[in-house]
Design a protein around this ligand. Sequence first.
Ligand SMILES: CC(=O)SCCNC(=O)CCNC(=O)[C@H](O)C(C)(C)COP(=O)(O)OP(=O)(O)OC[C@H]1O[C@@H](n2cnc3c(N)ncnc32)[C@H](O)[C@@H]1OP(=O)(O)O
Ligand SMILES: CC(C)C(=O)C(=O)O
Length: 517
Amino acid sequence: MSKQPLIIFDTTLRDGEQSPGASMTRDEKVRIALMLEKLRVDVIEAGFAAASPGDFEAVKAVAESVTGSRVCSLARALDRDIEAAGEALAGAAQGRIHTFIATSPIHMQYKLQMSPEQVVERAVAAVQKARGLCDDVEFSCEDAGRSELDFLCRIVEAAIEAGASTINIPDTVGYALPVPFGEMVGELIRRVPNSDKAVFSVHCHNDLGLAVANSLAAVNAGARQVECTINGLGERAGNASLEEIVMAVRTRQDILDVETRIDATHIVPTSRLVSTVTGFPVQPNKAIVGKNAFAHESGIHQDGVLKHRETYEIMRAEDVGWHTNAIVLGKHSGRNAFRSRLDELGIQFASEAELNDAFALFKQLADKKHEIYDEDLQALVTDTRAAARAERFRLVAMEVTSKTGETPLARVVLGHDGEERRVEAQGSGPVDAVFKAIEQIADSQAELELYSVNAITSGTDSQGEVTVRLQKGGRIVNGLGADTDIVIASAKAYINALNALASRGARTHPQGVHEGP
Ligand SMILES: CC(=O)SCCNC(=O)CCNC(=O)[C@H](O)C(C)(C)COP(=O)(O)OP(=O)(O)OC[C@H]1O[C@@H](n2cnc3c(N)ncnc32)[C@H](O)[C@@H]1OP(=O)(O)O
Ligand SMILES: CC(C)C(=O)C(=O)O
């Protein structure tokens, strides 16, 4: 069965901009509008031309820059607002004037202080005025979600009669629930005698977190335009999110009779642009565009995704503009994901036992650190391999006391030729104290030529990677150690270098020759 088109009306630049703190300059609106055009949005509501000279200029600039989408301006049911909208849209390849008036008893009585009859009259006059300036006119019944159905039928019929070709039913305060809202929209379409002369639209707010659900319920009931915003930006708790509507429609083609023209591969870049321009970050668990929307950290899910992506993914990350999905290594990850990531890094294990040792170290590290990066894995494999060689010195335990005004003290337990030995030493700093304690056992007579510390990744929970270079009798060896505690990383690096000296002690080098991991 062929699908009917669902018109995607984006109001990021108008209702989205009504979020406190999200106002945009003319140039920012043009940048976002050009991105929305690329996304193949059908209608871009660029602003409210009568709101300010700046918004008038912004609507005008968007109207003159965009050709692939229809550009729209909002206007109250007042001549001056409608004239401003018409003037701002004059240069548009395809323009639309969107006029509105509230229809709920509470808004008519307290806000507009108008009778229902006056509201109908004003609506008709506004639509006629707009039609005189533009041949595409949308009429919205503000607060329709709390309006009486009989009154809605009356005003909608009159607005269509006056020339509106789109009738928008907003749930202005996010009060609706999906089933009754869908029923209301369906009933309106059935009862309005001239409903076939207009496209029915919905505009849902998210005060109860139901904006997308309510919009889809209305689509099921016959609405063929949805008003929405990128990242769900909008007044108070926001509007229905464009990316969620579009991907719900695309993903559930089995039960929805509509399709959109949207090129979903531009969704993530558009979301990023809107977030950067407005300074509103996208929460990590936001559907479609959140950083975690296609990321898997738990072992069972990772195993499933690696075996067959659809076990845990209902959409492809690439289809909405992500580079790829993500297997994030952390404390809930399992061996399959661990092995697979190391494979991708070109690291293979000689045996299952070596993999298990590395995996055990990985779990210990993951308990200390939120996310394990590739650099952490590389350091960890170096550590495992060093530990696997039957080495002369092995760090068993250590404790360092470092207090303001006191000389640092290190207590170290070192495995040495199969025995455990305890030593303690003071030093000018904690690392110096640890090295001195180790030297009490090793007595290497080596010279420390280099000591350097690097943060492997960013963040204060990053692992420190330490390089120690020792020189003895013309031989130079490097030792590496990594840990979230840089003093422990230093001890590991020093011991690693001592083991390198010890294991190659029989060989001599005429000049300084670098050896090490
Ligand atoms: C649900 C929505 O999102 S609707 C869009 C909301 N967006 C905005 O309000 C942003 C742009 N708004 C603005 O810049 C200003 O409010 C303006 C320029 C439109 C109007 O500013 P002001 O003239 O100072 O009026 P103010 O905002 O204080 O009050 C709104 C007036 O419009 C009236 N009004 C509200 N909606 C409508 C309407 N759809 N049609 C006609 N009049 C309306 C109110 O009753 C009130 O009238 P009053 O001044 O006679 O009491
Ligand atoms: C003006 C209309 C469409 C609106 O923004 C609302 O009712 O929320």
